[in-house]
Design a protein around this ligand. Structure first.
Ligand code: UDP
Length: 253
């Protein structure tokens, strides 16, 4: 049941409610899945619970290596307390191997290793289908300045190194991922931190040995059960007990 709180914003996969203190919000993870700019939709039981736990796991790990994030603490199965930020209207994508739009655009076979991690940006605008934009666009339209972009690239690459290592340790290849960046005000200065979520909804994750997809492509491309794929990721990372067959058995606290 949804809590009785003031709703601040509702997106495709999450709802933001007013937080208990100024400068905080409650982020609620829904079971809704969308793909292809919301042309394909479904409700997938358990996805919200898994993504809440997985995002907590990654954000906490990032904080432990000194990467600032919006995450404060998990409140319950579907909700976490986060810092209120001003979202930079960009999807920051980091790619290690070709897949999805870059594979299509450049005619690369999916899985081709890239010469180095590539950072790219989309302008967050559903009506326009999140078009890819250049640094020139971002600066010209004032979505971020050059200093912000330097900070964003540094953050994105640190997140990439951290996630690549964590996933590789459990036999998963991090093909690519998307993060969102939040701006917080510190007097007259602003600081950029990792915001939104980090979960299999926004990563491409392939099993190292078999190449099996363990991310939202399972839903996009009708490859099987999304909950099974996300549960497998959660089990390998120790977020779900190793013997759990699905998310219903008690999650590790
Ligand atoms: N991505 C995302 N949200 C979006 C677009 C992309 O989380 O609105 C993630 C996607 O899951 C993948 C990475 O960003 O891990 C790169 O996506 P790509 O540009 O290849 O687009 P797609 O093929 O997913 O449309």
């Amino acid at each position: 049941m949804a809590p009785r709180r003031k709703k601040i914003y509702e997106g495709k996969a999450k709802i933001l409610y007013e937080g208990p203190e100024p400068g905080t919000l409650v982020q609620y993870f829904k079971d809704d899945a969308t793909a292809f700019n919301a042309q394909k939709k479904a409700t997938i039981e358990g996805k919200g619970v898994l993504n809440n736990r997985l995002s907590e796991f990654f954000m906490t790990g990032l904080a432990n290596i000194g990467v600032p994030t919006h995450f404060i603490r998990r409140l319950n199965m579907r909700e976490q307390l986060i810092r209120q930020v001003e979202i930079v209207p960009l999807e920051v994508i980091v790619r290690n191997f070709a897949a999805g739009s870059i594979a299509k655009r450049l005619g690369l076979e999916e899985g081709t290793p890239l010469p180095r991690p590539i950072v790219e940006y989309s302008y967050k605008n559903d009506a326009l289908g999140d078009p890819m934009v250049s640094e020139e666009y971002i600066i010209a339209f004032g979505w971020a300045n050059q200093q912000d972009l330097d900070d964003i690239v540094a953050l994105a690459l640190r997140v990439n190194d951290f996630l690549s290592g964590v996933f590789y340790g459990v036999g998963i290849k991090l093909i690519d991922f998307k993060i969102e960046i939040g701006r917080i005000w510190d007097g007259d200065f602003t600081r950029l931190i990792v915001a939104d979520e980090i979960s299999p909804d926004s990563c491409r994750l392939w099993d190292v040995k078999t190449g099996q997809k363990l991310d939202k492509d399972v839903f996009r491309r009708d490859l099987g059960s999304l909950t099974d794929a996300y549960s497998e990721v959660a089990r390998r990372l120790g977020v779900l007990p190793a013997n759990a067959t699905n998310i219903k058995p008690t999650l590790i606290n």
